[in-house]
Each structure stands twice: as structure tokens, then as C-alpha cells.
Design a protein around this ligand. Sequence first.
Ligand code: F6P
Length: 536
Amino acid sequence: MALHNINPKKTKAWKKLEDSKNLLIKKTLKDLFNQEDNRLDYLSVELENIYVDFSKNIIDENTFNLLLDLASECKVEDSIKKLFDGELINETEKRAVLHTSLRNFKSAPDSISKDRKKIEKFSSDIINGKIKSSTGKRFTDVVNIGIGGSDLGPKMTVEALKFYKNNLNIHFISNVDGDHANDILKNLNPETTFFIIVSKTFTTQETLSNAVLAKNWIENTLKTKKVDNHFCAISTNIDAIEKFGINKDYVFNMYDFVGGRFSMWGSVGLSIAISLGYKNFEKFLIGAEIMDTHFKEMPLNKNIPICLALISIWNSNFLGAQNQAIIPYSEYLNFLPSYLQQSVMESNGKSVDRSGKKVDYSTENIIWGGTGTNVQHAFFQLIHQGTKLIPCDFIGFKKPLYGNQDSHNKLMSNYIGQMEALMHGKDSGEVISEMKSKGISEEEIKKISRYKVFEGNKPSNSILINRLTPETFGMLIAMYEHIIFTKGVIWNIFSFDQWGVELGKVLASKLLTEIESGKIKNHDDSTKSLLKKLKN
Ligand code: F6P
């Protein structure tokens, strides 16, 4: 067995953490800050341009130390070694998990260095117009066709780093929704549009269907069958790529040892390299490598991904949180929550442990979120005054990109203000005296004041980054990847397979035959009736 098989509930630390919880739930964050003047010493870590403050969690020094013991008892450090050493830790698929090798510059395997060279040459040839369309024109638009890990990472990163982009326009088609595909294509010129088909398996229905749609569009609009210089493909399935008719020089590798949701650091990131230029793409990888080295080398208590994973486990397994909100204070990071929904939930949304038994503890949270300040005017009401415990990650930047300090000061005052409000709340005494000072009547105060009370005591992490650059963004995403890994190790689950998405795919393909042929087979009444309604 590559990874250890340790039931976290059977560790000594887990039992002590349960006792600790019974003491801590009687305390508030305000009490904890009053009692401990060293909170920031042990509950914050700085790495180059990233400062992570997790002191606004309902935790004290003893509990934090117990969480570190939990990580030790679950052999997190040895598991990190196994990850980087390429042991077959994705046991159910018999694969190593080596997405970190895609951003390893110190000792990258030859094949990966060659891939990088190819990405560099290809992206600059597209940017500089050396690679031309079938009518001899320079490409102006690039469309990435892929879904899940073959879409979300590149889409998020192209958007996050668009301050650094060149004049090429990058588009993404993922869903098998012809309306969306047509909506994108209708604004593009086929003579100057290039397509990147990304699919690890090259069997994914959505991607293959959209690839055919794109090929037909180019062939029909340019009135030629010679369209291979409008397409490149990235996959492990070389036979299928050839059958599709992709030019051999335009084929890029993917590897079995890199899961789709962790793949944008390699050829899957081609759209990122085309959008930003290879040098910026490389800086993005270098940022991730800095986080990898930190994760490998720092002791547990000063290791950012490990500390944040432990805090998350504390909040969910001991304090009962079922979800976690990701709130970046930057519109550029708009797609971060949906990217993390796949990488976190597809990895750790599991309920069978590494010995094959159903777990009797909670595993991954529901991940959701959106950009501040927008979400303050949307769902923050529920976070402040609802009935659910929602730990939040607040991600902010010290410096704006365009230098608009006035807006940035306002943005960051909200960033800090929301965390402060979540922690301190506002008690009835404060509410009443504020209402009195405004001359509001006793009767009105009695009626309304209770609705204005904020209980506070809501946990949050602050991730404060100097500036949004390719490098810091790479660090941030690698940080989340390693949090996923650490939590999976402690929960004793397999984080790198995704069997849970298979059943729906199989049923959809069976139903497609029934929808196309009109011959409805035996199903439950609800399914049958839906199929019939589609025909009418
Ligand atoms: O949704 C399941 C999944 O297998 C993801 O893990 C993957 O990122 C996505 O489908 C796309 O798969 P492929 O790259 O093989 O088309």
C-alpha cells in the first residue's frame, strides 16, 4: 500500500481534539484574542509575497498543537514524500500523482522539459503569426475546447492574469450546449480562429461533440477539407487524436500521472501560454514550484497548506461546518471558486476509506463563493446572520494592478472589515446604544434591536498577497492543491480518482440512443415521462 491506512478517528489526537472542542465551543474569538497575545505568532505564516493569517478561527494553542499531532499520527510528512517521489498513491487507478513534476525546474524529467520547449515554440509561433491559417492569415482568436480539468484551470488562469495578456483573444467552450458554442462562433472569423482540443481521454462526449462542431464550422465556412492547421490537440490518446485528423506536429502530451484537474501546469496550459506569452506562463509555474518546495520542506507548524488543511478539518470534523466559502477581493479571480469546486470536491468528495470501509466522519466540504465586494450584496447576509457555520477564505492583494489606489483602498477596507465583522459581530448592548443615540424610541428599539444583532464568532482565513502576478497566482493555486492532498491523507481517502462521475456519463450515453431513436426502454415512471415530454 502506497499511502498509509490510518483511521483518523482512532488516533490519540482525534480523541483529545474532541475534548478540546467541548471547551472551545464555550469561548468566543474575542475571548481567545483577549487571552492569547501570541495568536499571530503561531497562527500566521508568511512565504515570500503571501501572508496567511488563520488566527480568526475558534482555536487555541493547545488545539493547534493537537491538530499538528493529528497530522503527525496520520503520517502527513511521509505521505508528502511519497507524493513527490512518484509512488503509486492513486491506488484505485494504479498511478503516481506527479503534477508537481510539470512545474519542477530543478530536476524535471526530459519529456517534461521537451514539452515545455514545444509549448514555448508553439505559443510564440501563434502569437507572432508564424503559424498561419489555411488561408494564410494570422490567428486573432483561440478557442479552447475541453471540460472539467481540461477547461476550468486554463479558463480561470487566462482570466486571472488577463492584465498580462497580449492581443490574442482566448475563448472557452466546455458544455455540450450547442447554443453556447454557436454563440461564441458567430462572433469569430473562421479564417483567423485556432482551436485547441483538450481531453486527457479523448473520449469525453462534450469535448468530442464540440470538436466536431468546430471542425464542421471551419470546413463549411472556408469551403475546404484542408483545415488541420486550425487545430491542435492535447491528450494521452494519440490514436484518437490521429483519427480526428490532427496534424502530428500539433499534438501535445498529457500523462497518466497527472490528473485532469491538476493538469494546467503542462500542455493543458497552452491557452495560458498563448494568452500571456511563454515567459509569463513559466513565471506561473515557478510560483507553483516555490509553494511545492515550501510544502515539502517546512515543518508542519509553519507549512501553509498543512496549517490551512488542519484548520479546515477542525472546522468541519469538530465544529460541524459542512461548507467553505472562497471570497477573492479581485474580479480577476472570478473563476477561482468554480475551479476549486472541481479540484477540491472531485478529489475529496469520497466516503470510502483506504481500507475499503465506509467512513464514519465527514470528508470534503461544499465549496462555493464569489468575488468581494459583490457577494457582500448577495449572500453575506446568510454568512453573518444565518444558521449555518461557513468558514471563509478571504483572498486579497496589497497593491492594485492599474494603480487606482482610491478604489483599492475601498476594496481592501471591505476585505478587512468583513473579516472583522464576522469575528466580532455586534451585541445587543451595542445595537441598543447605537439606536438610542439616533433618538429611536424605546418601543421601536424593543421591537427591532434583536434583528440588528450579529452573533459574530465566525471563522475566516486571510490570504493577503502583494500583487496579482503570474508567480503569486501560481503559488496560490499550488497552495490549494496541497491543502486538498493533506486533507485527503488525514481523511484516509483516495484523492486522485473520480469514480463518482462515471455513472451519470454511462446513463447519459444510453439515454442518448433512446432520445435519438425515439424508442424508450424500461425506466421508472419519472424518467419515462421526462423522455416522453422531450418528444412532444
Ligand atoms: O468529470 C470527470 C472528468 O474525468 C474530470 O476529472 C476531467 O477533468 C474531465 O472529466 C474531462 O476529461 P477529459 O480531459 O478526459 O476529457
